[in-house]
Design a protein around this ligand. Structure first.
Ligand code: DC
Length: 226
């Protein structure tokens, strides 16, 4: 019996992929893996260690000694719980910068492949359907208009009590999109065989239902033994 089933969910920030992937994983009893959290965690630690993103040798040394562990909804780097800190707004551009470096991508893609090597998972990120698991069982690419994604991020920050300006959030989202989609290694792009869902004008519940239906259909074609 096959014991592996991978759902890849890619898309830019604010497309709704994290919250919907979590719901989906809960609903069908799959493990949920947030690869963005891994890039954030490594970037935060490299930044704190004073390693410049351009210092390839420094990054290599740093990556060879790093231990990343995920447990429940938490993420640890060398035993340090960074779950809360990686969500602070200052980490957004740092994560984007470090995640463009090959040495960091090699480290994390390898870890992600090992985590998804067996079992039934929903893995969410930017390059899951294109690079990490090009043969994933189901692939989704979630997207939304810049303005809508910025508004979601703006509201999220307000809810956390962070005072922000909407125009600034929009500018930052556009900067990050540009960086993530034009970098040399594994840029954000839609896999040709991914199901494209524009979440700009449809609610989370509807997106969830569309994705659930497709995953269930695929699961019914053969028992993955999940
Ligand atoms: O999804 P997020 O905003 O938490 O991701 C943080 C950064 O990591 C973002 O700039 C894109 C990058 N990332 C990536 O390059 N590849 C992934 N698979 C996931 C995230």
């Amino acid at each position: 019996m096959r014991r592996r089933f991978i759902v890849a969910v890619d898309g830019p920030s604010g497309s709704g992929k994290s919250s919907i992937s979590k719901l989906l994983a809960n609903e069908i009893g799959f493990s949920y893996i947030d690869t963005g959290a891994m890039y954030r965690a490594v970037a935060l630690k490299a930044h704190e260690a004073g390693i410049n993103p351009d210092d390839n040798n420094g990054l290599k040394k740093f990556c060879s000694a790093i231990k990343i562990m995920t447990k429940g909804g938490s993420i640890f780097v060398n035993g340090d719980d960074v779950t809360e800190r990686i969500r602070e707004p200052f980490v957004d551009p740092i994560a984007s910068e470090y995640s463009s470096r090959k040495v960091i991508r090699d480290l994390l893609v390898d870890l992600q492949r090992r985590l998804g090597g067996h079992g039934c998972i929903i893995m969410e990120g930017r390059d899951i359907g294109t690079v990490v698991f090009p043969s994933a069982d189901v692939k989704f690419y979630l997207d939304a208009m810049d303005e809508v994604r910025a508004l979601r991020r703006y509201n999220e920050l307000l809810e956390k009590g962070v005072k922000v300006d909407y125009e600034r959030v929009l500018r930052k989202i556009r900067d990050r999109d540009l960086k993530d989609s034009t970098r040399d290694y594994s840029p954000l792009k839609r896999s040709e065989d991914a199901v494209y869902i524009d979440t700009s004008r449809i609610g989370k519940e509807e997106v969830f239902e569309i994705m659930l239906k497709m995953v269930k259909e695929k699961l019914s074609n053969g028992d993955p033994g999940c």
